[in-house]
Design a protein around this ligand. Structure first.
Ligand code: GAL
Length: 323
């Protein structure tokens, strides 16, 4: 009996780091068998571990509070639930339908603090600010610090980007103008300097730096409904950015999903860029699904293949389709 348990444990440990299948659009169970609640998410890599933060719409949540959850994984397929890292009552006078969405966590190596940005708003999306939280651990209870308009601009959907030189950027949708890419301050507790205003009305903004070129992806402003997401490229983050093109056949509306992040996985053999997106179910947000797919990317072109099951070898960076 004991030996059986030990053997099962060894088998689990051995299989954990190896690729298990990612199934876009399916229920994605965590280590407790619960569908992962990390919608509109961001990913923070710490050593060999990935931490996935996102909106937690668990049916057991209290209606008055807003919840953000954290999961960890060493292979991007099998996720361990860590904590509801934020369980917050409205910190401002935002009314009953206030929102706290799209959390993004940045680890500051100088201060050793985990700094979280999230979109905070009233039910009419007029407040348009970022909420700032800090924590001493990636998966601890985050403390609310304050909320503000980055560089005094409206801010709704946010995205995160860490360049190869380690510089951290916030991407934020500024409704009157387009979307902005801005540098965080040295301690990450503020948004310090605008790098670029992209005068396109896109949200769910994401950026990746791949083979010497920057790629940005965004979604049209259609609320929970999907739309054809688009991309552009630039030699420098400041731009100029190329014209925007569809990332998938427009009639598929990004296969029913909306962008949240592009994740670069640098393996021993190759580098994969994964498109992370949400398939929203507005009538039952906790049932919203994830569409994670490796992108076809390079030489200024980016395209999202039709969703199918796939697996990633986190060591080599290679992926394969499994059906
Ligand atoms: C979308 C946004 C989502 C959520 C939704 C609510 O535009 O990307 O994060 O805020 O609107 O309608």
């Amino acid at each position: 009996m004991r030996t059986g348990v030990v053997l099962a444990g060894l088998f689990l440990a051995a299989s954990w780091t190896q690729a298990s299948t990612i199934k876009p659009g399916d229920i994605w169970p965590d280590d407790h068998g619960q569908h992962i609640q990390a919608h509109g998410g961001g990913i923070t890599k710490l050593g060999h571990n990935y931490y996935w933060f996102g909106e937690d719409y668990s049916p057991s949540n209290s209606k008055d509070k807003r919840y953000l959850a954290c999961y960890s994984s060493d292979n991007l397929s099998d996720w361990v639930f860590r904590n509801q890292v934020v369980k917050l009552s409205s910190p401002e006078d935002l009314g009953r339908d206030w929102v706290l969405q799209r959390p993004k966590v940045f680890f500051n190596t100088k201060t050793r603090k985990y700094v979280m940005y999230a979109h905070i708003d009233d039910g009419n999306y007029k407040f348009a600010r970022v909420a700032l939280f800090t924590c001493d651990k990636p998966d601890g209870d985050y403390n609310y610090v304050r909320c503000f308009r980055p560089l005094n601009h409206e801010s709704r959907d946010i995205g995160q980007f860490i360049d190869d030189d380690g510089q951290a950027y916030l991407i934020f949708e500024d409704r009157p103008f387009g979307f902005r890419i801005a540098k965080l301050s040295a301690d990450y507790l503020d948004v310090e300097k605008e790098v670029c205003l992209v005068p396109m009305h896109l949200e769910g903004g994401a950026v990746v730096h791949f083979q010497g070129l920057y790629y940005t992806v965004g979604s049209d402003l259609t609320g929970w409904d999907p739309n054809p997401n688009r991309y552009a490229t630039a030699k420098s983050l400041e731009g100029p950015w190329s014209e925007f093109k569809h990332i998938a056949p427009p009639e598929t509306k990004t296969y029913g999903s909306q962008s949240t992040l592009m994740l670069k996985v640098v393996g021993e053999k190759t580098t994969a860029v994964i498109f992370l997106a949400d398939i929203w179910k507005p009538k039952n947000l906790s049932d919203s699904r994830y569409l994670w797919m490796p992108l076809q990317i390079g030489e200024g072109k980016l395209s999202l293949p039709a969703p199918k099951q796939w697996s990633l070898d986190i060591k080599t960076g290679e992926f394969s389709f499994t059906n």
